[in-house]
Design a protein around this ligand. Structure first.
Ligand code: SAM
Length: 255
């Protein structure tokens, strides 16, 4: 039977990061690591439970929304004309931390546009994992594609977010993230799916259990490979005399 999700109860709101995004971050960043988030909200609280969080926010109403996060208030600047609006660059320059493990791109709000980051990539570390949320939308998908191209890194695309890790993910990581992402997708109603996909009926049944089985299969395969590995066998041969001696001593003591 599938175990329940170990992730904190995530808000069902379309605004906050969901369980798939959180699972991806958990595969990449160990507890206690640092996440730099563009765009704050209710989901920030889930991040704060495991990580040190810096949250960039343009809307004063959301600054300080979540206890435990360090807020960087960067008002939205709209230069007008063809150039897209984005966070105030001076505020970012002053407030951004020097080090972090993952950059989460989830702001400003979708209708304001997020592609300012493509004009100001120099403000950010480019040697960290990057997660672009909401790539179910073309605007965000284009941002993720361009980042992956400019950073010369592969990109893993899940149904509603894209991941540009510093190293490609292994098969078990991908299956684990997909398992959580599908858990979220299964709960979405048809009207939501119809907004983003031409045909909302899946060709194959959307089934998170398929991904749960895959995770188990890959984990068992890994264990089998380790137990059959040459280094383990050589280690067993080298330590054989010591292990033999220990078992004799144990037997003599128990007589
Ligand atoms: C997609 S939201 C960011 C969500 C955030 N990363 C989270 O996980 O909760 C982008 C912007 O929308 C605004 N916002 C956040 N939560 C909101 C909500 N529930 N309703 C309306 N606006 C929201 C904030 O200004 C935020 O910067």
């Amino acid at each position: 039977m599938e175990p329940p999700s170990t992730l904190p109860n995530m808000s069902e709101s379309h605004w906050a990061i969901d369980g798939g995004v959180l699972a991806a971050i958990e595969r990449l960043v160990p507890e206690g690591g640092t996440v730099l988030e563009l765009g704050s909200g209710d989901g920030t609280a889930a991040l704060v439970e495991r990580y040190r969080v810096y949250s960039v926010e343009d809307d004063e109403a959301w600054v300080g929304h979540c206890e435990g996060a360090t807020y960087i208030h960067a008002p939205f600047n709209d230069p007008g004309g063809k150039r897209p609006g984005w966070y105030d660059v001076d505020a970012l320059r002053q407030g951004l931390p020097e080090t972090y493990d993952l950059l989460l791109i989830d702001g400003p709000a979708g209708h304001k546009g997020r592609d300012g980051i493509l004009h100001h990539l120099d403000l950010f570390r480019t040697d960290v994992h990057i997660l672009v949320d909401d790539t179910v939308r073309t605007h965000e998908a284009d941002i993720a594609r361009e980042l992956a191209m400019r950073l010369n890194r592969p990109m893993h695309v899940f149904w509603n977010f894209s991941l540009i890790p510093t190293e490609p993910l292994n098969a078990e990581d991908v299956a684990r993230i997909q398992w959580e992402a599908v858990r979220v997708l299964e709960k979405k109603d048809e009207s939501f799916i119809k907004r983003y996909f031409r045909n909302p009926s899946p060709t194959r049944k959307i089934d998170r259990l398929e991904w749960y089985d895959k995770v188990r299969q890959l984990r068992d395969q890994d264990k089998a490979e380790i137990s059959q590995s040459y280094s383990l066998r050589i280690g067993q041969v080298i330590t054989f005399p010591i292990r033999l001696l220990l078992s004799f001593t144990k037997k003599r003591r128990s007589l």
